[in-house]
Design a protein around this ligand. Structure first.
Ligand code: GCB
Length: 590
């Protein structure tokens, strides 16, 4: 699947704006065919946005959410292939055009689309209705469960961020020629100063057509061209994509017939290599050290809705702090985020939405206990296939981003049991089958330390989340330092690069203490300094990503004060004292 583009042969029309919106607590809409006319009792809802925080009375709702809009198909689109494309709908959706069901999709963070040519006429208005379901189950990624409570059913889940839902990203109507390019895969290589761009084009309805690929530099000058659906282009004196230098070439892929271009699609290309060698993580053959954060898509009012102003602001703050990377904890982010990371030379660990596959975690903090993670009744074969599909869709979507250097197939799952080993082994194969060029890993939890974890054997890198000095050795940084170093030195014997993908301490902004104590700004600083001493003593550590970039909304609980407060920035992006510490460390300032 390719994202809609405006090119010499393609057009797109944004459907973002205010849609009609209705909750369906009794689950009547599907059988009463709400798609067959204007939605009953509709209010309006912003797209893209989470619905939860827009109005005071709907935040915790779960079930069917109905969205509807109308759009006129441009007059000039007669004879064209018309596609309806959703960048995401959380966590699943079914879509109708008029009265016709055109598609369903499972998974809240990857795109889906349908060819709706047969259901529309150029120049006429169409009604688009989507029913989005934000319920989680043991067969969804991430998992959840509906439990009874005296006040009625409640949705519980094992991840530490709020279940924001809705249409979080843009929706497009687009037109392509009927013979069209349907996918492209690019793999780049380097031989001293010469770059290679291996490309593979897929296309439909192309009898009698030729293929052309033209590579241009950032100034628009042609540097290489090739004929055929597949090929390898060579770029002497290549300008590499590198951390901090997001140089991109433009690869234009064309279908041709009788000397005319009948379809054209543009793919940006960063020429770089990624490799794990021993305990080193190499980009372009040079050791790379990850400095940055685990992030969230989380902002006031909009929730997980994509917002360009926050995108730019967050990257400015990454730059300010000296960060060179982040992880898309705990789900695939909007594609615009990865595009921008490509252009900025920011390195990305790209994660699926497989978070909370660990029912032993939380000790009461996150709610429901008493479940076994991997069992026929809970996370089972069906879940595994949904998870596999989530991995395939993530890689299909993001495979051409030079910024993406690691696939993270899960965050903190149970990983110390036979059930976990059997569940994950084939999922690593799925990831490697979909992309043999990038390292694959998963993020290990503190409950499965070295010697107990049965899943890290499958990873190319070790990604560890650790909270010594916070969840254990709370307030006792001296003991924390000893215990942390012991564990890390044990992991280092595995001979793989280690990235600390989470370390952090909740910090209430403005809370101060002469003797650093938990929740104060001074403690967050002292906690990070302790961690840094540990990392700097273990050569296999090739990266540190603080949890979290900013405070974020989560399920309320005794350990959560107005959200998770481990941000180095507040939710509205004001720095805590720790932000200045990181800036000094990462920028090498005094
Ligand atoms: C973790 C999770 C993350 C939580 C964090 C915390 O290990 O990966 O989702 O938010 O800990 O703050 O407890």
């Amino acid at each position: 699947m390719l994202r809609p583009q405006d090119t010499a042969t393609r057009e797109r029309k944004s459907l973002d704006g205010l849609w009609r919106f209705a909750l369906d607590p009794d689950g009547r809409g599907r059988q009463d065919a709400w798609y067959s006319g204007p939605l009953p009792e509709a209010r309006e809802m912003a797209v893209p946005a989470s619905f939860n925080d827009i109005a005071p009375d709907i935040g915790d709702y779960f079930g069917d959410l109905w969205y509807q809009t109308t759009v006129r198909v441009p007059r000039g689109w007669d004879g064209r292939r018309v596609v309806l494309h959703f960048e995401s709908a959380t966590h699943r959706a079914t879509v109708w055009v008029g009265d016709v069901e055109v598609m369903s999709h499972e998974g809240g963070y990857t795109p889906f689309e349908a060819d709706i040519t047969d259901h529309v006429r150029a120049g006429e208005e169409i009604r688009i209705t989507a029913v989005v379901d934000n319920t989680l189950s043991f067969q969804s990624i991430p998992p959840g469960v509906i439990e009874d409570s005296p006040a009625g059913p409640r949705l519980k889940y094992w991840h530490d961020f709020f279940n924001y839902a809705g249409i979080h990203r843009s929706v497009w109507l687009s037109a392509t020629p009927t013979a069209y390019i349907s996918d492209v895969t690019v793999v780049t290589g380097l031989d001293v100063s010469t770059g290679t761009v291996e490309y593979r084009t897929e296309a439909e309805g192309t009898d009698g057509h030729g293929f052309l690929a033209v590579l241009r530099d950032a100034g628009g000058n042609e540097v290489a061209r090739g004929e055929g659906a597949d090929g390898t282009l060579t770029v002497p004196d290549v300008h590499r994509w590198a951390p901090g230098d997001g140089y991109l070439y433009d690869l234009e892929l064309c279908l041709t017939r009788d000397g005319e271009t009948t379809d054209s699609y543009h793919q940006s290309v960063g020429v770089r290599t990624v490799e794990v060698r021993g305990t080193e993580f190499l980009i372009n053959g040079e050791p790379f050290h990850f400095k940055g954060f685990g992030k969230h898509e989380d902002i006031a009012v909009i929730g997980k809705g994509h917002n360009d102003a926050y995108l730019l602001h967050d990257f400015e703050l990454l730059e300010w702090s000296g960060a060179n990377s982040f992880r898309t904890s705990h789900y695939p982010y909007a594609e615009a985020v990865l595009d921008y990371a490509d252009r900025q030379g920011i390195v990305v660990i790209d994660e699926t939405a497989a978070v909370g596959l660990n029912m032993g975690l939380g000790g009461g903090i996150f709610g429901a206990q008493g479940y076994t993670t991997f069992s026929p009744e809970t996370v089972n074969d069906v879940t595994q296939e949904v998870h596999a599909q989530a991995i395939r869709e993530l890689i299909a979507r993001d495979k051409n981003h030079p910024s993406v250097v690691i696939w993270s197939i899960a965050n903190e799952p149970e990983s110390d049991t036979e059930g976990a080993e059997n569940y994950f082994r084939p999922l690593f194969d799925v990831a490697r089958g979909a992309d043999p060029t990038r390292p694959v890993g998963f993020v290990n939890v503190m409950l499965a330390p070295h010697g107990k974890c049965r899943v890290s054997q499958f990873g190319d890198v070790l990604m560890l989340n650790r909270y010594y000095g916070w969840y254990v050795d709370t307030g006792d940084l001296a003991s924390a330092e000893i215990h942390w170093r012991e564990e890390l030195e044990a992991w280092a014997t595995d001979g793989k690069p280690i990235i600390i993908t989470e370390y952090g301490a909740d910090t209430y902004p403005g809370l101060h203490a002469l003797e650093p104590e938990p929740w104060s700004e001074e403690y967050q600083v002292a906690y990070l300094e302790m961690n840094h001493r540990v990392f700097d003593a273990v050569p296999a550590v090739v990266g540190e990503q603080v949890w979290n970039f900013a405070d974020f909304r989560t399920v309320s609980g005794t350990a959560r004060v107005g959200g998770n407060k481990k941000g180095v920035f507040t939710r509205d992006r004001q720095p805590k004292a720790a932000a200045h510490l990181l800036r000094r460390r990462w920028r090498g300032l005094q």
